[in-house]
Design a protein around this ligand. Sequence first.
Ligand SMILES: NC(=O)c1ccc[n+]([C@@H]2O[C@H](COP(=O)([O-])OP(=O)(O)OC[C@H]3O[C@@H](n4cnc5c(N)ncnc54)[C@H](OP(=O)(O)O)[C@@H]3O)[C@@H](O)[C@H]2O)c1
Length: 284
Amino acid sequence: MILITGANGQLGHDFQMIFKEKKINFIATDSKELDITNIERVREFIKNKNINLIINCAAYNNVDKAEEEKEICYKLNAYAPRDLALIAKEIGADYITYSTDFVFDGRKGLPYVEEDAVSPLSIYSEAKAEGEKLVLATYDKSFVIRTSWVFGIANNNFNKQVINWSKSKDILGIVDDQVSVPTYSYDLALYSLKLIETKKYGLYHLSNNGVASKYDQAKYVLNSIGWKGTLNIAKSSDFVLPAKRAEYSKLDSSKLEAVIGEKIPSWESGIDRFLNEMRKKGEL
Ligand SMILES: NC(=O)c1ccc[n+]([C@@H]2O[C@H](COP(=O)([O-])OP(=O)(O)OC[C@H]3O[C@@H](n4cnc5c(N)ncnc54)[C@H](OP(=O)(O)O)[C@@H]3O)[C@@H](O)[C@H]2O)c1
């Protein structure tokens, strides 16, 4: 049996969708039913459920708020992922959890590979980097997946923000000095599952293919929905935000692609499918 934590988030929702499509049984839990920061509760919950895979989709994702909520951010992004690894080890289950491109400072100026040294610029990124380290040191049947700029149907994200802004504004300014890869949560779930099947545990990068600035991403979304307004280039220095962000944090996913023997689709394809999903749900 598969256990999903944080199952109502973007990634958790799409894991559920794929399992339903493939008629695979799973237990989906949200923060109310299973708070991952309460290790004893998790231990009790999984008893007699024959769990052979734990998928941790729960996280603290408010990068700016984390600057003032360090404790809860570390609990969710570092210590709870480690505790889940410990529990997976106790029951002999495979374990997968997620980290971020933000563990890098962007100075490399080239796509980041798994061997590159981390250099977090914010509390959120520090906590994620700590979580990676703790999980990999705790349990050798763990997958730690770094991903970037996730968007999906289930929660709020940059694509949805852009669509909302387009409804009330004729002019938008979006930064072109933050560069990475937008990643469709459906692809993140699907290619994670392909990786899990290989049993080749460890640290991996998993983003859609290609590279984009926030400006490129917004432009693609706005063109796709037929917005008639004016899109201007802005700079990060135009907006004062509490957390520092890297200028360039594109992840190179070729290690994962080599292991599963498949190419991951482009971010543009991900956005096309995401917009179709929104249309089908009447949200666009
Ligand atoms: N979003 C991005 O751009 C991005 C970028 C890089 C990496 N990632 C990583 O990718 C993974 C998936 O992200 P996502 O975008 O799918 O996240 P998401 O949509 O924000 O979902 C996170 C989920 O975690 C749940 N959660 C919060 N506190 C919890 C707790 N104490 N116990 C159990 N569940 C709890 C939330 O549930 P409630 O609403 O019930 O609290 C929420 O449904 C995360 O590890 C994230 O850090 C995301």
